[in-house]
Design a protein around this ligand. Structure first.
Ligand code: IPE
Ligand code: MG
Length: 230
C-alpha cells in the first residue's frame, strides 16, 4: 500500500492525512476481496524499515492502527473475515498488541476471507528468524541438517499455514519488492499501478485481477505442457 505521503502532499496536507485516507482504500479493497470469495489478502501495512521514519509519523500510524482495528472488528465479523498478522508484532506498542490480540480472538472462528496484516514485517527479518529456529534445533540435536526441506523451512516462517500469494499488487508507480514476502513471492504474478494508495478502490482491484486472469502461469514448464494439463 504505497503512495499515502505523496497523495497528502498533492493536497497540501501532512503525511498522516494520506495515511488516514488510506484506511478508506483498505476498507474498500477488503470488502471487494471478501465479495469475490478470495481466501487470503495480505496487506503490507508497516515494514521493519518503516521504524526509521520520523517518530511522530510512526506514533500516528500506530494510533491509526489501534483506532481502525477497534472500529472495524464488528464489520469483519459481519463479513465473516478472520484477522491474522505476520511480522515481529512483539515489537509493536503494547496498545497495538492488545488490540490486535482482541480482534484476532474475536474473528478467529470466521471462515471467509483471511485478512493478513504485515506489521513490523520484512522478508529478510523473517528468513533470518526461520534460520535461527532451524539452527537452534540442529544445535540441540533435534534436527539433522539433511532433513531441512522447503516445507520445513516454510513451517518456520511467520506465514506458516498461509498459502503463497498468487498476485502481488503494488501501487503508486514504484516497481520494487521492498522486502515483502521474499520467499513466498517466488512464483507470484506482479501487478503495478500508478494509482496512489488513498485513491485505490474496488475498480482498481478488479483491474488487477482481470489482468492476472489473462496471464499464463507456467511454473518453469513450457506453455504446451500447461495447455495439455488444463
Ligand atoms: C505507504 O505510503 C504507507 C505506509 C508505509 C504505512 P507512504 O507513506 O510510503 O507514501 P509515500 O511513498 O511517501 O508517498
Ligand atoms: Mg512509500
Amino acid at each position: 500500500m504505497d503512495g499515502n505521503g505523496r497523495w497528502a502532499k498533492l493536497q497540501g496536507a501532512a503525511r498522516i492525512f494520506g495515511h488516514q485516507n488510506g484506511v478508506t482504500s483498505v476498507k474498500d479493497t477488503v470488502e471487494a476481496a471478501a465479495e469475490l470469495g478470495i481466501k487470503y489478502l495480505t496487506l503490507y501495512a508497516f515494514s521493519t524499515e518503516n521504524w526509521n521514519r520520523p517518530g511522530d509519523e510512526v506514533s500516528a500510524l500506530m494510533e491509526l492502527l489501534v483506532k481502525t482495528i477497534h472500529a472495524e472488528t464488528p464489520t469483519l465479523n459481519k463479513n465473516n473475515i478472520r484477522l491474522l498478522t505476520i511480522g515481529d508484532t512483539n515489537s509493536l506498542p503494547e496498545k497495538c498488541i492488545k488490540q490486535l490480540k482482541e480482534a484476532m480472538a474475536d474473528t478467529a472462528k470466521n471462515t471467509g476471507l483471511s485478512l493478513v496484516l504485515a506489521l513490523s514485517y520484512s522478508g529478510k527479518w523473517e528468513i533470518i528468524d526461520a534460520i535461527k529456529q532451524l539452527a537452534q534445533e540442529t544445535k540441540s540435536g533435534k534436527l539433522d541438517p539433511k532433513d531441512i526441506t522447503e516445507a520445513l523451512f516454510e513451517s518456520k516462517l511467520s506465514t506458516k499455514g498461509i498459502p503463497n500469494p498468487e498476485l502481488m499488487i503494488r501501487t503508486s508507480g514504484e516497481h520494487r519488492i521492498s522486502n515483502f514476502l521474499l520467499w513466498q513471492l517466488a512464483y507470484a504474478e506482479f501487478y503495478f499501478t500508478d494509482v496512489l494508495w488513498p485513491d485505490f478502490r474496488k475498480e482498481h482491484f478488479y483491474q488487477a485481477i482481470i489482468n492476472y486472469q489473462q496471464r499464463e502461469r507456467r511454473f518453469g514448464k513450457t506453455g504446451e505442457q500447461i495447455k495439455q494439463n488444463a
